[in-house]
Design a protein around this ligand. Structure first.
Ligand code: ATP
Ligand code: MG
Length: 248
């Protein structure tokens, strides 16, 4: 489909197209398309741009990843369809491992995702070899399997567009969790240590930039970042946008 550049939602429609292609190529499941719709709705409400709070969260996230001993990027179908190149670039800059970890686990889909990432230059993609499977506690059967070289031993895990149950389980398992989630009220957003309330298609590029910049500087360990406060302010952005739209 040809989307005219002048279309007011051209960017949003292009992102949809990426996701639909991901679905056709076996990366994304039907439920992933619906989850994207939920995200789009919140993107609409935050004004389809990166807020000051999200810029702050991105800086805090970059610092946390760069200071981590064993950072891991957890990749699901939607993320692989939306920003495969950015996943690989972020991994190369920070030394983070890439692990495929799916809500709706399926070996064929895992392989398709790994293939796309390798095409983009990933040298190692974890989460596919059953020989290295380990289980994280307090999560139902299929979703608790992780790679013993990746999430199992990670100190910091980046889990974009994640389900709340898994985020809570990762936290209980002692991980520091960073997420991209357009809904500041979701359980994932509320549970993570750092929530970037932004579309992952905008935020990943900014996170990469921030990591590149910070790598040159000496990083202070005492990071002052209040996720709850940041989330409250993101809700306020939505509230103010709604107020403006209602002309009240
Ligand atoms: P939770 O389980 O955390 O309470 P949920 O059940 O409402 O959240 P899920 O489908 O489990 O939603 O998780 C997907 C999350 O990803 C949603 O909060 C959705 O808003 C968000 N999301 C979807 N697409 C994007 C995107 N492109 N960028 C950022 N966030 C997104
Ligand atoms: Mg959920």
């Amino acid at each position: 489909m040809l989307i005219p550049r002048s279309h007011p939602r051209a960017t949003s429609l292009h992102i949809r197209e990426r996701l639909v292609n991901g679905y056709k190529n076996g990366l994304v499941v039907e439920e992933g398309l619906l989850a994207h719709g939920r995200g789009e709705m919140f993107d609409y409400l935050i004004g389809e741009k990166t807020s000051k709070m999200s810029h702050d969260a991105i800086k805090a996230a970059a610092r946390m990843i760069l200071l981590a001993k064993h950072p891991v990027i957890s990749v699901n179908g939607n993320l692989a369809a939306l920003c495969p190149k950015e996943i690989v670039t972020l991994s190369k800059i920070t030394g983070a491992e890439i692990e495929v970890n799916l809500f709706y686990a399926n070996e064929k889909r895992k392989k398709a995702i790994a293939q796309v990432l390798k095409k983009m230059g990933a040298t190692q993609v974890l989460g596919l070899d059953a020989k290295f499977s380990q289980e994280i506690p307090r999560l139902d059967s299929s979703r608790r399997v992780v790679d013993e070289r990746g999430i199992f031993i990670a100190d910091v895990v980046l889990v974009p567009l994640e389900d709340g149950d898994r985020t809570i389980a990762l936290k209980k398992f002692g991980k520091k969790v960073i997420t991209f989630d357009l809904n500041p009220m979701s359980r994932t957003a509320q549970t993570a240590d750092i929530t970037i309330v932004d579309n992952v298609t905008r935020g990943m590029t900014l996170l990469i930039k921030s990591c590149k910049k910070m790598k040159q500087a000496s990083l202070k360990k005492d990071l002052k970042f209040d996720n709850k406060k940041n989330l409250d302010q993101s809700v306020l952005v939505i509230k103010n946008n709604l107020r403006r739209m209602s002309h009240a």
